[in-house]
Design a protein around this ligand. Structure first.
Ligand code: HEC
Ligand code: HEC
Length: 232
């Protein structure tokens, strides 16, 4: 008879979380569907005072800049059929297993994301695209400057991005989100803004701010946002 007890305890926590949040979130305009179904795990408004604690204890990545970040088609289809983006979950070293020559991830311990039907996914995608931060202005990425060969070289050799990100399935580090479908998932103007200064999205995130020249930023963004496009 353990299951009902656990379920009841979870429901109690969920009620507390929802009861504490709506006033703040509604004031910023997140749809009530997002608030009730998603706010228990995702920040829908910018944390007023983003602490290391927020980063360590959050149950899902922040979505308060979702409108800058995602392509709508990807959102609507991923919400119906979620795949793993962060190989180790939202906080990779909670699922890391120490090993030689390097740590591995206990994939079975990473929770599955809740799924929704097509109509709900469409509504949630529209609601998420309303959440804009102003941190990723349009038109900063210039597609005409892209150079895939140089972009790949910068990603995998010169700038070390591959230490934390995969640019092909199974190739690359595990402590950052996979980028092998970034061309479907992410808007180029977000990729360039995030790469330039990750700490403006979260002051404590462990992605380093590399000193990258403007041409470096452009070619990295061109390369990253080309990934995964050929698959669909
Ligand atoms: C139980 C906690 C939980 C709930 C509830 C939840 N999510 Fe998530 N969500 C996560 C985690 C954990 C991830 C990271 C998955 C990964 O990286 O593989 C995630 C990832 C996402 C992503 C991709 C984010 C990114 O940066 O790549 C989106 C979009 C998303 N969730 C939307 C939603 C929406 C919309 C809802 C409400 C219907 C929702 N989530 C409810 C935990 C949750
Ligand atoms: C030390 C590990 C590390 C290195 C090195 C690193 N990143 Fe990251 N990167 C991260 C983490 C952690 C995140 C954010 C994770 C999250 O939102 O949950 C991130 C996020 C990103 C994002 C946003 C993706 C998303 O889904 O929100 C982009 C784009 C990105 N990195 C590009 C780069 C590029 C380009 C380089 C090389 C110049 C690089 N990263 C180097 C760890 C790293």
């Amino acid at each position: 008879m353990k299951a009902p007890v656990i379920f009841a305890a979870c429901a109690g926590v969920a009620v507390l979380v929802f009861a504490a949040r709506p006033a703040v979130v509604d004031a910023q305009g997140a749809s009530s569907e997002l608030v009730t179904q998603c706010a228990s795990c995702h920040a829908l408004t910018k944390p007023a005072n983003p602490t290391v604690d927020h980063l360590w204890t959050r149950k899902g990545p922040d979505l308060w800049y979702a409108g800058d970040k995602f392509n709508r088609d990807w959102l609507a289809s991923w919400l119906q059929n979620p795949t793993t983006i962060r190989p180790g979950g939202v906080f990779w070293f909670k699922h890391a297993k120490a090993g030689e020559p390097r740590d591995t991830i206990d994939a079975a311990a990473v929770e599955k994301h809740p799924k929704v039907d097509a109509a709900t996914a469409g509504r949630l995608a529209d609601a998420l695209l309303q959440l804009k931060s102003g941190l990723a202005p349009d038109g900063v990425y210039k597609p005409e400057a892209a150079n895939m060969t140089m972009g790949k070289l910068a990603f995998s050799k010169l700038r070390g991005c591959v230490a934390c990100h995969q640019d092909a399935r199974g190739q690359g580090g595990l402590s950052g989100p996979e980028l092998y479908d970034a061309g479907q998932r992410l808007r180029p103007d977000y990729v360039i803004a995030y790469t330039k200064n990750p700490q403006q999205f979260d002051p404590h995130i462990w992605m380093p701010t590399a000193t990258l020249s403007e041409p470096d930023l452009q070619r990295l963004t061109g390369y990253i946002t080309s990934l995964g496009k050929e698959n669909k």
